[in-house]
Design a protein around this ligand. Sequence first.
Ligand SMILES: [Zn+2]
Length: 499
Amino acid sequence: MKHLNIVLAAVAAICASACASKSESNPVTIGIVPAPTKLEVVEGKFVSAENASKVTTRINTSLAEEEYTLTIGRRGVEIAGGSETGVFWAIQTLEQIKVQCPADSIPCLKVIDRPAFPYRGSHLDCSRHFFSVDEVKGWIDMMAIHKLNYFHWHLTDDQGWRLEIKKYPLLTEIGSVRAQTKVGHYNDKAQGYDNTPYGGFYTQEEAREIVEYAAERHIQVIPEIEMPGHAVAAVTAYPWLGCSGKQVKVRETWGISDEVFCVSKNEVLDFIKDVIDEVCDIFPCEYFNIGGDECPTTEWEKCPSCQAYMKEHGIDTARGLQYDFTAKVEQYVLSKGRKMLGWQELADGCSDASTTILAWLGAEAGIKAAAKGMHTVMCPSQWCYLDYYQTREREKREPLAIGGYLPLSSVYSFDPLEGIPAEQHHFVRGVQGNVWCEYIPTMSHAQHMALPRLAAIAEIGWSGSEGKTSFDCFKARLTKGLVPVYQARGYNYATYEWE
Ligand SMILES: [Zn+2]
């Protein structure tokens, strides 16, 4: 209860300083996103920009790892972090403070801050469209200013395999290139294809460079290698990975393909293990994401090998084949010292307490997972899919998108703990914003979709339910603190909220 009182006081303090201000020119009005746990402004004393640049940092091990205190005094700035990570988050807060205050009137203040959830994620689909190493680094920079700490890197899918695997060079030689791409929306059959090859991949050296770049910003990179579905690019490169063995082609349109890995063949499982070996060597992250979503069973139902396997192992349904496969992969991932992560569809196939599911089809999957004692990261599409439209005018005003309607206020309304009993809250590891890129061909466009909605995700993850403010308060803080940072960095953020 004591903790709750502190938090409530913190919310009051933030609103008093950021939202209840009568004058926009009031120099003590400070807006910070995500909302800090506690912010105290000392009125009447101001710091010059020069002194605000005199920053001393130290580690205070009595603080939690990501926790920090930030004190702006007349002679300079003092930062204490529970670790270098806490110090780094404090510097992000300082950037927002400095960007919104006139150079000669930065108020003296103290921030005490720590995250509500340990996992605050941002997902980027680099299969449907490919982003360069520099662009991915830019995405990581963008995450850092939001204090997001897990980059979920979607590296393989039907439309392109984007990571070099040395033992299987055709994955990228063949699997990274599609001959052409669907023009317009998937449902719009009339528009045809662009007749232009599209490709790109990351060498292992480049992927390591990105991992290192992220680590310097206290962000872990989670590789996602999709299996057993969303595997057309891999099956194109090595047709023996599929059930029929027939030559297919890297998928040129969106949606879901029936062409998946043949889960009954030993050589396919060996391939998966080889890939996991190489990927684990590149990515030190505690999580390994195996995807696991949207896997049709059509091919398995026709495949003699899969049918024989089902009989031999007493598996009653074709879906049971996926669970059997997932259980084997889970064991292998665990043997590599990693936790398995994947979309909610794999929940029934795994058994280890460390395995974590991404609840995306609705919060219900996360609620069920928590009830079963499974870890979950909440990213239900109706709140966390940042590839949806942001306005009601849709195509008239916005670039083509997959569909949906998800304005900033709806994202902010999400409560990842709703419907989950308090004793199960710890199974909810956090939240994530997902950016699927079927209709997002450039990084500038990706920024337009992510910003500012990713700020709402970041605040839900960092400030938690207890630190939540009104949407108006959130928007006021966003406008004062983060938007100027977006502008200073030249991000192509969406401006619909300010029109
Ligand atoms: Zn098969």
